[in-house]
Write a protein that binds this ligand. Structure first.
Ligand code: PGA
Length: 251
C-alpha cells in the first residue's frame, strides 16, 4: 500500500488524474473502473483537460462504473449514468459501447448483476479501479457488514449513506434505499486500486481503513490485503495517520 498525501482537493484530483492518464498512456485499451460522488469530480475535470490537450484518448478505453441506484431512471439528474455523462463521457472521445454502468431499472436484478460480472471478465478484468470512501468506510455501495466474498449485487443503503447522499436530492425521502454495486470481491480483483479522499469527515474512515482491523464492519479495511493499492489523500483526510508512512508533498 502506498499513501500519497497532498495539500488540498485540487492537488488530490490532479494526482489521481495523472495516475489514470499514465495507465491509459501505457495501455490505451485499459479497462478502467470508475466511481461517482463528490470526491472524483475534480479528477474527471483534470482528465477532460488531459483529453482536450491531446495527452490522452479514450477511444480504446473501456469503463465499468462501481454502482448505480436501483429504480432511478438513467435520465434522472441524480442517477450515476447522468453524473458520468455530465462529468466525463460527454466531454471525451469514449465510444458509447465502451461504457458500462449497472442498470438499476431492469426487472431481473440478479441477472443484471451476473451480466455485469461477465462483461468485466470478458474484457479481461479491471486494470485500475478508482474508489471514494464513505464516512462509514464503505467502498462502492458495500456498506458495513458486507460479505467480503460478494460480487456485483443489490445492496440496501446504510442510513448514514442515505443521509450523506440526501444533499444531492431535494429531500431525504427521494434518496433511493437500494442500489446495484460491484462487490468487494469484484473490487479486489482489479489489478490496481486508487482510493481518493478529501476532507476531515473522511479522516476517521481513512485511519481505520489503513491501520484498523480488517473487518467487514469497515469495508475499506479489506484494501490492506490488495497487492497494488494507492491512497491519494488531502491533508485533512490524512491528518490522523502516522506522518512517517506518508509520501508527503505539502511539507
Ligand atoms: P463522496 O462519496 O465522494 O460524495 O464523499 C464517497 C463515497 O461514498 O464513496
Amino acid at each position: 500500500m502506498r499513501i500519497i498525501c497532498v495539500n488540498n482537493y485540487d492537488e488530490m484530483s490532479e494526482k489521481a488524474a495523472n495516475i489514470l492518464a499514465s495507465q491509459i498512456i501505457l495501455k490505451p485499451e485499459s479497462v478502467v473502473g470508475l466511481a461517482t460522488g463528490s470526491t472524483p469530480i475534480g479528477m474527471y475535470d483534470h482528465m477532460v483537460r488531459a483529453y482536450e490537450s491531446g495527452k490522452i484518448s479514450f477511444q480504446r478505453v473501456t469503463t465499468f462504473n462501481l454502482d448505480e441506484y436501483f429504480n432511478l431512471d438513467k435520465n434522472n439528474p441524480q442517477s450515476y449514468y447522468f453524473y458520468m455523462k455530465k462529468n466525463l463521457y460527454d466531454k471525451v472521445d469514449i465510444p458509447n459501447e465502451n461504457i458500462n454502468i449497472p442498470n438499476g431499472m431492469v426487472e431481473d436484478i440478479e441477472r443484471e448483476c451476473i451480466r455485469y460480472e461477465k462483461e468485466i471478465r470478458n474484457k479481461g478484468g479491471i486494470d485500475i479501479q478508482v474508489l471514494g470512501i464513505g464516512r462509514n468506510g464503505h467502498i462502492g455501495f458495500n456498506e458495513p457488514d458486507i460479505k467480503f466474498e460478494a460480487l456485483t449485487h443489490m445492496v440496501n443503503l446504510d442510513e448514514q449513506t442515505i443521509r450523506d447522499n440526501s444533499r444531492f436530492f431535494s429531500s431525504i425521502e427521494e434518496v433511493p434505499t437500494k442500489a446495484i454495486s460491484m462487490g468487494i470481491k469484484t473490487i479486489m480483483r482489479a489489478k490496481k486500486i486508487v482510493l481518493l479522499a478529501s476532507g476531515k469527515e473522511k479522516a476517521e474512515s481513512i485511519y481505520e481503513a489503513i491501520y484498523g482491523k480488517i473487518t467487514p464492519t469497515l469495508p475499506a479495511s479489506v484494501l490492506q490485503l490488495h497487492p497494488d493499492v494507492v491512497f491519494v489523500l488531502d491533508k485533512d483526510a490524512a491528518w490522523k495517520l502516522d506522518s512517517k508512512e506518508l509520501d508527503k508533498e505539502y511539507l
